[in-house]
Design a protein around this ligand. Structure first.
Ligand code: PEP
Length: 251
């Protein structure tokens, strides 16, 4: 019932030239994917990557967006600017934005609602730090993030949630299949409480954190895991193997 969704997050990597070359390489490899596929790229690369991905099944997404429609917000990007290039997805509240750029649950909430109001899909990131996991407060943290980040959202089924344990991002340390499944099942239950259980069943929830060609099939086999948000492995051909997680079972 939920269509799997694999998205890459290029972060501050790639150039127009290397990005277009990667999209050209990925195109034939992902064309028969059974899941939705997206690459979220730095804002300045959006026009060139949109062109590179034209006519393919790779959607281009953004890595952030401001909640105001326009104005004196130096360095920020608006919904109209993204929509002009056909952007479909916007990553919101990535832990790197929370950690290094002062993003809070309140600003994540404003950005998420603005993306929805503009008719795009937010990929809203939540997740606990290592300290929080070790202190047994993972569910408490996720509960707070989901409650505040989704406050006032009218249709939660239009939000993609990315569960990204901070300790697994860019560290090579992936959550076990069981940890990821257990935590994502909790997220679904919490969304059910905040909205309705039927809506929660429809929400796409991705796992993110050192997901790669070797561990993707185990993670994707979990009943509540509907996809992945992929950092490092989205910068190379390996991304195609993750997208084809259900076809490369011998890996
Ligand atoms: C991410 O940045 O969203 C991410 C999951 O990164 P990585 O796959 O490199 O851990």
């Amino acid at each position: 019932m939920r269509k799997p969704f694999i998205a890459g997050n290029w972060k501050m990597n790639m150039t127009a030239e290397s990005g277009a070359a990667l999209i050209k390489e990925l195109t034939p490899l992902v064309k028969d994917a059974d899941c939705d596929v997206a690459l979220c790229v730095p804002a300045i690369l959006i026009p060139a990557m949109t062109k590179a991905a034209e006519g393919t099944n790779i959607a281009i997404g953004a890595e952030n967006m401001h909640w105001e429609a326009k104005g004196a917000y130096t360095g920020e990007i608006s919904a109209d600017m993204l929509k002009e290039y056909g952007v479909k997805y916007v990553i919101i509240g990535h832990s790197e934005r929370r950690q290094y750029f002062g993003e809070t649950d309140e600003t994540v909430n404003k950005r998420t609602k603005a993306v929805l109001a503009a008719g795009m899909t937010p990929i809203m990131c939540v997740g606990e730090t290592l300290d929080e996991r070790e202190n047994g407060v993972t569910e408490k943290i996720l509960s707070r993030q989901l409650t505040v980040d989704l406050e006032g959202v009218e249709d939660v089924t239009k939000v993609v949630i990315a569960y990204e344990p901070v300790w697994a991002i860019g560290t090579g340390r992936t959550a076990t299949n069981e940890q990821a499944q257990e935590t994502i099942a909790y997220i679904r239950k919490k969304i059910g409480e905040l909205f309705c259980p039927k809506c929660a069943e429809k929400v796409i929830i991705q796992y993110g954190g050192s997901m790669n060609a070797a561990n993707c099939k185990g993670l994707m086999a979990q009943p509540d895991i509907d996809g992945g948000l992929i950092g490092s492995a989205s910068l190379k051909k390996e991304f195609a193997q993750i997208v084809n997680y259900n076809k490369y079972w011998e890996n």
